[in-house]
Design a protein around this ligand. Sequence first.
Ligand SMILES: [Zn+2]
Length: 389
Amino acid sequence: MKKIGLKILGVLIIVIIMLQYNVVIAATKSELNASSSETDQKIQEAKEELENINAEKSETLQQVEELITQISSYQSEIDELNNKISDINSQIEEAQNKVDEKQDDYDNQQELLEKRLVATYEAGETSYLDVLLSSDSLTDLISNYYLISEINESDMQLMEKIKKEQEELEQAKQTLETSKQDLDNTRAEKQQKTTELQNAKAEKDSYVEQLNEDEKNTQAELEQFEQDKRDIQAQLAAIAKKESASYNTSNISNNPSSSGYIRPIVGYGITCGWMGYSGHTGVDFTGSGIAGKPVLAAKTGTVVTSTALKYSNGSYRSYGEYIVINHHDGTMTLYAHGAPGSRLVSAGQTVSQGQQIMSVGTTGNSTGYHLHFEVRVNGTPVNPAPYLP
Ligand SMILES: [Zn+2]
């Protein structure tokens, strides 16, 4: 009695450990799946942000390009103005030289005249005073006065002509200087505009730099998220591998058991047993990739039921797509939740052991792909496990 009690305790402990193990795996797996979709979301967002940044950048770069074109256009206008100003400066200089030359002419002329007057006086020849003093009468004086005036008249006229010419040259020079002033003003305006454009360009340049920085950061974030995603997938793959290792029963022989049964599916183990939960009157075969796998007749017999249970609205209920086979030895087997339309046999048909009768699905009262298998003795469900190899 004591020995049996210990044995039961041992089995219980193992069952508890296995259950906990499965629970831990399930929790981790669902957590990983949750953070996987969270990471997908982040990756999506990062990609959208990158697209926005790139669109913004290309728009800004286009604006920079336009500014460069405008600046260069202003710059060539300024260059042209500089050439004109330089030309006009030479013209002004030339005009100034001419004005100066005229001044020299005028000065020379005046000097010559003065020298001649002095020379005339000193030589004791006709002089103003002499002429005036030697006049015999008023008439004579006036006449002589005119004579002297006459002498200097041509000199005076020459000097006046020079002065006039100089004034004209000065006038031309003034005109040139006014034009130059206009050109200087225009150039100053253009330079002002160029400075404004260059400032605008500098602003855009620094915005592009900022966008480049944003792009780099977002790219780094994206890479991190993608790395996270790969890590999660690696962990999920490791779990799947462990799970399939624990479910993989392909090495279990499928030679008929002492009851003459074979397993109704190859390569998958029982993951929920008889009374695995209240009212579970069969066993469930589950595992990675089970969807669509062949469901085999456990023993030769005659199909008594092959149907699909549905609600009036057409959706599957209860066993969904299911088949019952009578083995004519007091036992029947039931196969449930087959894939929609996958049943290959109909009522009254004889099937041989190992023959495929349908494919694994999840129709009816089922939350995932699995094969629900029952054994009935004289119509009453029993634990199928002892019947299987
Ligand atoms: Zn079941």
